[in-house]
Design a protein around this ligand. Sequence first.
Ligand code: PEP
Length: 249
Amino acid sequence: MRKNIVAGNWKMNKNLQEGVELAKAVCGKTIANNVTVILCTPFIHLSEVSKAITNKSVFLGAQNCADKVSGAYTGEVSAEMIKSTGATYVILGHSERRAYYHETNNLLAEKTKLVLANGLTPIFCIGEVLEERESGKHFEIVKKQLTESLFELSADDFSKLVIAYEPVWAIGTGKTASPEQAQEIHKVIRDHIASKYGKTVADNTSILYGGSCNAANAKQLFANPDVDGGLIGGASLKADDFITIANSF
Ligand code: PEP
């Protein structure tokens, strides 16, 4: 059975002390037992936040990792380093990484392999920009992102992934996909996974929605049969809002 997941993407927010406080605040809340909560922090927070996590429903993740194993890559952080902090998840392919740091489907295929090789779970982001939705290409775009980055994986490896559908036009804009739009494209994503790996793998894959998901709209979004939770940006920076979202199943 696939898991319900709510993952917070803190992006480049919170200094170390503020991050530890936020993690403690999240862990101090009552979290329903039908959800896995993940805090995806900046790299430098990982080790301290790991020590601050005291709730058995809360896990730690990074927001990116290097596409190389180790060596002379100044400024990079490897999957193995992330693993050594106690983190268990890594966001890959976030639209901000694709847009500002030119990450391609092929590069993300390499990162995915390294994350999996280190026993970490990728939260793999896909999604279309506004022009692609307006010209009706959104289904084609998400299928291409999945195929080019992930479909060389074995079924066993694919089964370890979490997918996050994040329409770029909804990220940080206050414009959320409607529950109907989310369900429609999540079903397309699940069917595409089934076409490659079969129905059992597809049915067991958690597919999260991301893009201006908040305490007021999470319930309606998560009520859809193919929406298994959320990747949350802005609303993950306030413990109360974030936990309201996590308790929305
Ligand atoms: C995100 O960046 O992954 C995201 C979903 O951001 P927001 O919730 O702020 O739209």
